[in-house]
Design a protein around this ligand. Structure first.
Ligand SMILES: [Zn+2]
Ligand SMILES: [Zn+2]
Length: 498
């Protein structure tokens, strides 16, 4: 017996046999089973063994289900718009539509060779107008419901790819595609309002039968946190200072207030005796960079002469100005809890400000702190909050504050809306027309798809505009609403749209 498995001979024979007699025949009597893979983008290098490592699993499941008597729908297709396909085309100087067609043919040949049981009669291609008609249709629905909107944004810009990048494509300040250093550029963009679904995304994780590890990655990415806006009345004045905090559970430990040197009300809050010192300090701060201020080892600051009232215990606390607080963080005013924040602790030590511990590590006794304690524990020295677990109180306290009229609860997410436009050629045209009178108007559904025009120059431009912006006969159109002259949107959709 031949010890070697001669795959060339054996598989050729069975591939031909299976093509004549598919093992997965359409049969409406059988129960249905749907097995969907992630469609590959047809890059020039073709599939590598890592692709097949993923695809073999779904193929095993599909074959198993066929043997169990199911009619299995196992489609395959091409995620073929977007940067990978376009970059390949530019590098090899072949029009992206031609390069994509060649690459699809090659990858399809490879998939045939590995003999997966795909339903080739249901093959999809995201660059096919019959397909992207529906990609555009979905965009129109989102636009009509306020879920797709325009915004001027400073965005990650790759000067080499000449393209906006999502945060996920620009990790550590370099472009995922080409390795160039990413800069910021202000551009008008289309955004998808995914934050409107933050809570639902989080809630519905509970219904998923996924590993806890993966679910936690997802919930950390959504990053929901509760916080509070708290008003501190200024003693002897009608002024108040509003702070935003994610740690309202530590409010009883707030023993002083620090304002950023740019805080707008500093002149009004400064007493005549302190005026000269405060002005000098603020001027010096204005000459330092944010990075220098954040990384300064030695804390500096100046007292304004004013006091404000901690709303939860009525204690009067001093108001300071210090450059470790930046104007664009929250309101530019920070409630300082030195016992439980490292920077506040250093500042309190340097200027002899009181340190009041309000969270005690479980099972420990209260003793003088030698550094800030930022972990969980039991709440102490906090009136009727005593005994609560700190991390539970973090969520409860904002509600208590709001009920008592001491502040406002706020919800924050790490999740941001999705930048959904690219200044590139090889993507679905965004089905919007800009009219001077009507603003942004959706292309009527019966006029979809908006076809991607054939162009000679598909390379990205230095101005940050899509190459489509230079095709006058395509750009100039009429407004679907008023019939007046209008211009087509020239940005295209990102790779994942299809
Ligand atoms: Zn790049
Ligand atoms: Zn109009």
């Amino acid at each position: 017996m031949n010890q070697r498995y001669d795959f060339r001979e054996i598989e050729k024979k069975w591939r031909a046999e299976w093509e004549k007699n598919p093992i997965n025949k359409e049969d409406d009597v059988k129960p249905k089973f749907y097995c969907l893979d992630m469609f590959p983008y047809p890059s020039g290098t073709g599939l590598h063994v890592g692709h097949w490592r993923g695809y073999v699993l779904s193929d095993v499941v599909s074959r198993y289900k066929v043997l169990q008597g199911y009619q299995v729908l196992h489609p395959m297709g091409w995620d073929a718009f977007g940067l990978p396909a376009e970059n390949f085309a530019i590098k090899n100087n072949i029009h992206p539509s031609i390069a994509t067609a060649n690459n699809i043919a090659n990858v399809k040949r490879q998939l045939h060779e590995i003999s997966a049981i795909y339903d080739w009669d249901r093959e999809v291609d995201t660059t096919d107008p019959n397909y992207y008609k529906w990609t555009q249709w979905i965009f129109v629905q989102m636009f009509k419901h306020g879920l797709a909107y325009e915004k001027e944004m400073p965005l990650n810009w790759c000067p080499s790819c000449k393209c906006v990048l999502a945060n996920e494509e620009a990790t550590n300040g370099t472009c995922e595609r080409c390795g160039a250093t990413v800069t910021k550029k202000n551009l008008r963009q289309w955004m998808l309002k995914i934050t409107a679904y933050a809570d639902r995304l989080l809630e519905d994780l509970k219904t998923l039968d996924w590993s806890e590890k993966v679910k936690k990655m997802q919930s950390d990415w959504i990053g929901k946190s509760y916080g509070a806006e708290v008003d501190f009345k200024v003693v002897g004045s009608d002024e108040k200072i509003t702070v935003y905090t994610t740690r309202p559970d530590t409010l009883h430990g707030c023993t002083f207030m620090v304002l950023a040197p740019e805080y707008k009300d500093i002149p009004a809050l400064t007493t005549p005796e302190c005026k000269e010192a405060v002005e000098k300090y603020c001027f010096e701060a204005s000459t330092k960079s944010s990075v220098d201020r954040m990384t300064n080892k030695e804390k500096t600051g100046v007292f304004t002469g004013s006091y404000c009232v901690n709303p939860v215990n009525g204690k009067e606390i001093p108001v300071w100005v210090a450059d470790y607080v930046l104007a664009d963080y929250g309101t530019g005013a920070v409630m300082c809890v030195p016992a439980h924040d490292e920077r506040d602790f250093e500042f309190a030590k340097k200027f002899n400000l009181p340190i009041v511990q309000v969270i005690l590590p479980e099972g420990e006794e209260e003793k003088e702190l030698t550094e800030a304690y930022t972990g969980d524990g039991v709440i102490i020295n906090s009136g009727d909050w005593n005994g609560m677990k700190a991390f539970e109180a973090k969520e409860k306290v904002p509600h208590i504050m709001e009920e008592k009229g001491l502040g406002k609860k706020t919800v924050n997410y790490k999740l941001r809306d999705w930048v959904f436009s690219r200044q590139r050629y090889w993507g679905e045209p965004i089905p919007i027309v800009h009219c001077e009178h009507c603003g942004a108007v959706a292309v009527p559904e019966d006029q979809l798809p908006v076809l991607l025009p054939q162009v000679e120059s598909y390379k990205p431009t230095d101005t940050g505009e899509s190459p489509l912006a230079h095709i006058d006969e395509w750009v100039n159109t009429t407004c679907p609403k008023c019939g007046g002259p209008a211009k087509r949107e020239t940005n295209t959709m990102p790779q994942w749209a299809g």
